[in-house]
Design a protein around this ligand. Structure first.
Ligand SMILES: *Cc1c(COP(=O)(O)O)cnc(C)c1O
Length: 429
């Protein structure tokens, strides 16, 4: 395939945008090479600036669960835009999407809209701190919660109880309030709680992580966290920015039957426009301004275009609940197909999947947490795999730590083509 125009556009972009991108993962840094510039997209396909047609497994990193340019969503945005793009006042649309979200997601009474997943998690943690009057939070290594300071903490040496900043610009003061725990390791979480008794406001977790590949929570892990939170007066915050409205209408809470105290959304809830949200039961949400003392705001929060897109998307999912079963089936089909060809070609691999979240790891060991995900990534095979896939018209995320985002727009023909390419590419791995 030819990427001449994409490379030229990237060179121009780098002169005026840091690294040529407005979000680092887009830059292909982990896999090397120049990123592909996209011109348009429809359904399961994206078309780049050089005229290549690619089957898309990124789908804007998750929002486009029904594929690109889904007509009801696009039409809703166009119609809404004709009447003005923003007012900075309440609109009926905001109540409509809130009513629908509260109907679809178990265990929430009220929801507030923001503009990104980052804002949602950041606000949720502030709310948890305000509500409990405690300052520390637990985060799990390998979980991503957006780029606000408290979350840019990763396990360093011996950083079991005190996090250390892993991005310059995050202060020690902020880092010390973020405690790190290990995903899928209840004993470790207990130790962290014991060492910080009475000081922990909340633990925030991707209940099905998708940012170290897809990691299924072990049986009893999420329930164990719920019990620990109950007995230590800690709020359980589910970051369902990726899993919300994807793994079920009600996300992981519904799919796995575990109740969180605060839930964060993003991605699917905006239908491809910049939307995030956080939600909880009344007593917690009423702690927010203007009713309660915890401040949180946004000039463009609840923006009419974004709400029109989000409402159209959620309505599609609500009225067609069969979508979740259908997309799970497609992902299972892809899983089994890839498994078969990777085995045939003797490529050491682990495929993890929960519903329509799936990731391929090139190592023999089970991938159950950040360490095991990093170990398999270090095999170096992903880079070659990625470029082989791209060369053959399959667009997956340019990082060994990303989940593939399956869309309902993918046909079984697309999946067969993908499996065939995985077979072809894995011959040289
Ligand atoms: C994408 C993501 C975020 C961040 O959302 P942005 O809209 O990129 O700020 C937070 N948490 C999880 C689990 C995500 O996948």
């Amino acid at each position: 395939m030819i990427y001449k125009r994409s490379s030229e556009l990237f060179a121009s972009a780098r002169k005026v945008i840091p690294g040529g991108v407005n979000s680092p993962v887009r830059a292909f840094k982990a896999v090397s090479g120049d990123p592909v510039f996209i011109k348009k997209a429809e359904g399961a396909y994206i078309y780049d600036e050089d005229g290549n047609k690619l089957i898309d497994y990124i789908n804007s990193w998750g929002p486009l669960i029904l594929g690109h340019a889904h007509k009801p969503v696009v039409d809703a945005v166009i119609e809404r835009a004709k009447d003005g793009t923003s007012f900075g006042t309440p609109t009926e649309l905001e109540t409509k999407i809130a009513e629908l979200a509260v109907k679809m997601v178990p265990n929430i009474d009220k929801i507030r809209m923001v503009n990104s997943g980052t804002e949602a998690t950041m606000s949720a943690v502030r709310l948890a701190r305000g509500y409990t009057g405690k300052e520390k939070i637990i985060k799990f290594s390998g979980c991503y919660h957006g780029h606000s300071d408290s979350f840019l903490i990763q396990a360093g040496s011996g950083a079991m109880t005190f996090g250390s900043p892993n991005s310059p610009g995050v202060t020690q003061g902020t880092a010390k309030d973020t405690l790190l725990a290990k995903f899928n390791d209840l004993d470790n979480v207990k130790q962290v709680i014991e060492a910080n008794k009475g000081e922990i406001a909340c633990m925030i977790i991707e209940p099905v992580p998708g940012n170290m590949g897809c990691i299924p929570p072990k049986n009893g892990f999420l329930n164990g966290l719920r019990e620990l939170c109950n007995s230590h007066d800690i709020l359980l915050v589910f970051d369902e920015v990726m899993s919300g409205f994807r793994l079920a209408q009600g996300g992981v809470q519904e799919r796995m039957g575990v109740k969180a105290d605060i839930v964060c959304f993003g991605k699917v809830i905006g239908g491809g426009l910049p939307v995030g949200a956080f939600a909880a039961r009344d007593e917690i949400m009423d702690y927010l301004a203007p009713v309660g003392p915890v401040y949180q705001a946004g000039t463009l929060s609840g923006n009419p275009l974004a709400m029109a897109a989000g409402l159209a998307m959620l309505t599609e999912l609500y009225e067609n609940p069969g979508i979740f079963e259908s997309i799970d089936k497609k992902t299972k089909y892809l899983h089994e197909g890839m498994e078969k060809v990777l085995k045939e070609n003797n490529v050491p691999h682990t495929i993890n999947r929960v519903g329509s979240m799936i990731s391929v790891h090139f190592g023999d060991e089970p991938v159950v947490d950040f360490e095991s995900s990093a170990t398999s990534a270090s095999s170096g095979k992903f880079n070659k795999f990625f470029h082989g896939m791209l060369e053959n018209g399959i667009y997956i995320a340019p990082s060994a730590f990303e989940t593939w985002f399956i869309s309902e727009a993918l046909s079984y023909e697309d999946l067969d083509k993908t499996i065939e390419v995985v077979g072809k590419v894995s011959k040289d791995l």
